[in-house]
Design a protein around this ligand. Structure first.
Ligand code: AMP
Length: 205
């Protein structure tokens, strides 16, 4: 099954993709995680991407598309989390493969800002927490691998504003595009995580 998880930053795409990876064995491919790994390892790709990421801008299409094409070329099942994010990326994906379903996660701006500012992530295993909504068992420590949790630089107020603006301008148009293709299902995220998981399961059945 080939899925795209769409929606604004902070809506919960990554958290849900992690759940599907663990419970349903569908590999998660997060372009954000891939870029962060490259930044951490100081690769050429990482150095290029970092310039855009820290200020909440999108990495240029050709860079992202090349990376995703290489990653998915031999895979027949995955969840794309954070890709595509622009019309040219969606068109490129269309030329690479056929996507079965696009889940469009929705939430109010207020909820999104609250989720992003409380988000804490594990730099080692990419687990995602929230100081209030999904706290780790021991404060500041990853339940899964024991690493110290961090707040992403782009989860700080100035970058959040920029990312939401970029989402509205560049990514929101994809909703219409996938609706026209008849493969998009909306999932409201203003409810407990387990309910969102169940709604997603229903949407992909
Ligand atoms: P994310 O973890 O999905 O919020 O991504 C973090 C940052 O990585 C974004 O703010 C962008 O700078 C970059 N990024 C991730 N995915 C993409 C994409 N599909 N297109 C362009 N930039 C991306």
């Amino acid at each position: 099954m080939k899925l795209v998880f769409l929606g604004p930053p902070g809506v919960g795409k990554g958290t849900l993709a992690n759940m599907f990876e663990e419970r349903n064995n569908i590999p998660k491919i997060s372009t954000g995680d891939l870029f962060r790994e490259n930044v951490k390892n100081k690769t050429e790709l990482g150095k290029e991407a970092e310039k855009y990421m820290n200020s909440g801008k999108l990495v240029p299409d050709e860079v992202v598309i090349g990376m995703v094409r290489e990653k998915i070329k031999n895979m027949d099942s995955y969840i794309l989390d954070g890709f595509p994010r622009t019309i040219p990326q969606a068109e490129a994906l269309d030329n690479i493969t056929i996507i079965d379903r696009v889940i469009n996660y929705t939430a109010t701006d207020k909820t999104i800002i609250e989720r992003l500012s409380g988000r804490r992530t594990c730099p080692k295993c990419n687990a995602i927490y929230h100081t209030k909504n999904i706290p780790p068992k021991k404060q500041g420590v990853c339940d899964k691998c024991g690493s110290a949790l961090i707040q992403r630089d782009d989860d700080k107020p100035e970058a959040i504003k920029k990312r939401l603006k970029v989402y509205k301008q560049q990514t929101e148009p994809l909703i219409k595009l996938y609706k026209q293709k008849g493969i998009l299902v909306d999932v409201d995220t203003e409810k407990p995580l387990e309910k969102i998981y169940e709604a997603t399961l229903k949407a992909i059945k």
